[in-house]
Every structure is written in C-alpha cells, then in structure tokens.
Design a protein around this ligand. Structure first.
Ligand code: GDP
Length: 462
C-alpha cells in the first residue's frame, strides 16, 4: 500500500484534511495508554486504490523547548523518508508565508512527488491567487476546503497516478507476481568468503545438483561472474566471486584477496551466502566480511562448508551441535542469520541451503504499515520503558520504514526513529527494540537498522 504524507505549517488545516481523507473508516494508531497522540495514520478508501495517509503534524509531542522550526523540519523529514507522495498544505487565505517558503525549500530536496494543496478556499468567492503559490515551485496544485469538503475529488485525482505507479513500490514484482507477462527478477545470491573455503566448489556443486546448463551473463565480470540458475522452477542468479579468480588465474598468479571485490558483490546481492571453512573455524577475515554484509544491510545465510572434514569420528548430532556452537560464537553479531553446514565435495545438504534462502525470501516483509510499525514499537516501549539518562527519558515520537531508493526483492529493514533526543538512546535499548520487532514480525536472516533522529535544539533567534 502506498503512503501519502501531509505536511505544512500549523493551522493550515492539515488535520481537517486528514479527517476528510480518513473519513469514517479512521483507524486510530496510537491507542496506547499514556500516549496522547492519535489520528496520525489512517487508511483512506476514497480513491479506487486504498492508501495510507499520515499527518506528520499530529506527531507533536515536542514541547516548547524543541522549538517550532525543528518540529516542522522533522515533519518534512518524516514525509520525505517514508511517503510515496507528499501533500504540502498551505493556507489560501494567508498567502505564502516565510515558513511555507522554508518548508518548500526543504521539500524540494526529495525526488518524491509533491502536490501543493492550497486549503481554505471555502467558497467560489475565494479565488486562488495562482501566481503567488506557483512561486513555491510545484506543478501539481489543488485548491481545497478541507473544512467544507471542497476539492477533495480533485485532490484524489492528482494522487491517483502515485497509487498506480510501480517505481515507488517497496519491492520488485517477484516470483509470486501476477503472471501477466511481468518481468521476473531472479533472486541474487552472492557467494562470499575467504579464499579456499570452497566457494568455487559450492558453485559447481549447486549447478550440478540441478544439472542446469549455464552460461555466464556477460557484462558483469569485474567483481564476480554472474551465473543464472534455476531450482524447482525458481530463478536465481549466483554471484560467484571466486569465478573471477578462475578467469584471471593466468594474469594474476598470486591470490590477492580483495575485500573491495566482495563488497561490490555483496552490494549487488539480495542474499549473501557467507561461506566459512568448518575445519578452520571463524577467522578474523570471516568476521570482516560478515561485518560488511551487515553494514550493507543484506540478508545472510552462514554456510559452513567442508563439514565432511569436521570431526568425522563423532556422531552427526554432536558434530552439528559443536560446530554451530563454535560458529555462532565466532559470528555472534550475525545471530539472526540461519546457519547451514554443507560439503561441496560430497554435494550434501544443498537442499538445506536453499530451504534457508527461500525462507528468508518468503519471510521478508514487503510492506509494514506505518500504523502497525508504530503500534509495535510503542507496545515494546510501554512494556519496558527506556532508562532515564541525565534525568531525561528517550521519547519515541514516530517511526517510519525508509523507502528503498530502487525496487528490490528483499527490501532492507531500515527504520527511522524520530525522537526527542537522539543521543540519549542507549545501544542496548536499540537492540531490545530490534528483538521485539524481530519477534513480532518473525524475521529470519534479515538485518534490522534503526537510524535515530533527534530534534535539533531551538536555534536562538537573534
Ligand atoms: P574458493 O577459493 O572459496 O573458491 O575455494 P575452492 O572451491 O577453490 O576450494 C578450495 C579447496 O577446498 C579445494 O581443494 C577444494 O577441493 C576443497 N573443498 C571445497 N569444498 C570442500 C568440502 O566440502 N570438503 C572438502 N573436504 N574439501 C572441499
């Protein structure tokens, strides 16, 4: 579902407009005890495609100390981060004010579509001074009276193309698509790891496992070799970082491990398969690559290869327990990533590897409503409030899922937390919120990132 945000300085009629769009079907988001804010987000069903509307002005909670400018700035930021389209509301009776101009300048930074809503045009007698408002630099201009319900139909018409557009969607149409001849996106799996852990052998084992004839995809050969692969009717692209070495062997006799090369492959992937050598255990270089995967906010499966060499004398269950215990400890910060053991040599357990990949893909949320997200976090905060720090308590005002720039199969779970003061949120508490979110949304293999944004303290007016 698309998200449309309402922004504007106070008293231009944002909440009246919000109520108009929300209609009777208003769904109150913040119904938690102790939370006074309500009516921030609702589902609008007045257009033929429903959308979520958020009133950034309803977020409030700032208090005098935070200052008025900081508040408006933050509201604009929320809208730009989360919304597929923005309704920028101004007062048609007041004309353009300096605050409107400042807000317009902020909003012009985003590539998201912005519609200028000139509100309080209550009667036909109120003529719209078009020239004055076009000065703000937006081409879509609609005159409304939220109070009297005028111009709402026109507004919905202007919103319509955004609701239909695909480009701004949070995910690419993938295998569960409509089947109407849409392009199918293969799931991109990057095999990364130190030299000699068995990446090449794994690629070969995978390809032979399903006996696919492959030809490399040309053009993407600087950091890796791309190999299309189909398994049980599902399309994948294996990004083989070891393949480049095979090709360059004659030119590059000395293996120069390049973290840069795997970084590019990681960046291009949907899911990283971090290959570890079971016989050698987790090394510092493995941890570096793992860290890169996490920094790039990529989903991950830890593949412990050469399992055949790992304590073959022990019974299977013991071997697995011992190994997973060791690897988990070595890669403690990747605790959300599923762990599988393989033997490329014996071609065993590849099924488990793809089961993990498919679980991550299918479990990756494509859409989390702003309402749902805030409800989840507020509930977590209510259950276990953050500690006081120098007499102040962290106060979460609002949270949004940052829309990815491009459509992707596994959208990164990157959330913006707007709060009173960014620096008083301890890391341990961020981790608590992450765990709560993981539990509620049943996330596996996916990193969660919280970007905390505080309000700027009031600038002293001179
Ligand atoms: P890469 O540098 O990560 O691509 O590693 P290679 O695929 O070239 O493998 C390095 C060495 O490990 C080769 O001698 C492989 O035969 C061997 N190897 C790879 N996978 C396994 C495995 O599962 N078990 C055993 N015993 N040896 C393996």
């Amino acid at each position: 579902m698309k998200t449309i945000a309402i922004v504007g300085r106070p008293n231009v009629g944002k909440s009246a407009l919000f109520n108009r769009l929300a209609g009777r079907r208003i769904s109150i988001v913040h119904d938690m005890p102790g939370v006074t804010r309500d009516r921030i987000s609702a589902i609008c069903k007045k257009a033929d495609i429903p959308f979520e509307v958020i009133d950034t002005g309803g977020i409030g909670g700032g208090g005098v100390e935070d200052g008025f400018e900081g508040m408006i700035e933050q509201e604009a930021e929320i809208a730009m981060a989360a919304a597929d389209g923005i309704l920028f509301v101004v007062d048609g009776q007041d004309g353009v004010t300096p605050v409107d101009e400042a807000l317009a300048a902020l909003l012009r930074r985003t590539s998201r579509p912005i519609m200028l809503v000139v509100n309080k045009i209550d009667t036909d007698g109120h003529s719209l001074d078009a020239v004055e408002f076009t000065r703000l630099g937006f081409t879509d201009v609609v005159a409304t009276s939220a109070e009297h319900g005028r111009g709402i139909g026109d507004l919905l018409k202007v919103i319509r193309p955004i609701l239909q557009s695909r480009a701004a969607e949070k995910h690419a149409p993938d295998d569960e698509g409509t089947g109407s001849g849409e392009r199918e996106y293969p799931l991109k799996l990057a095999l990364v790891g130190r030299p000699n852990v068995g990446k090449s052998s794994l690629v070969n084992a995978i390809l032979e496992d399903e006996r696919t004839m492959v030809s490399e995809v040309s053009g993407t050969t600087r950091d890796a070799v791309d190999l299309p692969y189909e398994r049980k009717g599902k399309k994948f692209m294996l990004i083989d970082t070891a393949g480049i070495r095979r090709r360059l062997r004659r030119l590059e006799p000395v293996e120069a491990f390049s973290i840069m090369r795997s970084q590019k492959a990681i960046r291009r992937s949907d899911i990283c398969l971090l290959v570890i050598d079971a016989a050698e255990g987790v090394q510092s270089q493995d941890r570096k690559i793992a860290q890169t995967i996490q920094d790039e906010e990529k989903a991950c499966v830890v593949v412990v290869n050469k399992f055949d060499l790992y304590h073959p004398e022990l019974p299977f269950k013991k071997r697995w327990e011992k190994l997973s215990d060791e690897v988990r400890r070595g890669l403690f910060f990747l605790d959300y990533a599923p762990l599988v053991a393989t033997s490329a040599q014996d071609r065993t357990y590849l099924k488990k590897l793809f089961a993990a990949v498919n679980r991550i893909h299918e479990g990756s949320p494509k859409n989390i409503g702003t309402g749902e997200l805030n409800r989840l976090l507020q509930r977590a905060i209510y259950k276990n409030p953050p500690p006081l720090k120098t007499g102040r308590r962290f106060n979460l005002l609002y949270s949004v899922w940052k829309n990815p720039e491009r459509p992707c199969s596994i959208p990164p779970l990157h959330f913006l937390l707007f709060c009173n003061r960014a620096h008083i949120l301890p890391t341990s508490y961020k981790r608590y919120l992450e765990h709560q979110l993981r539990e509620s949304l049943k996330l596996e293999g996916l990193p969660v990132t919280f970007e905390v944004r505080g309000r700027k303290p009031m600038r002293r007016s001179s």
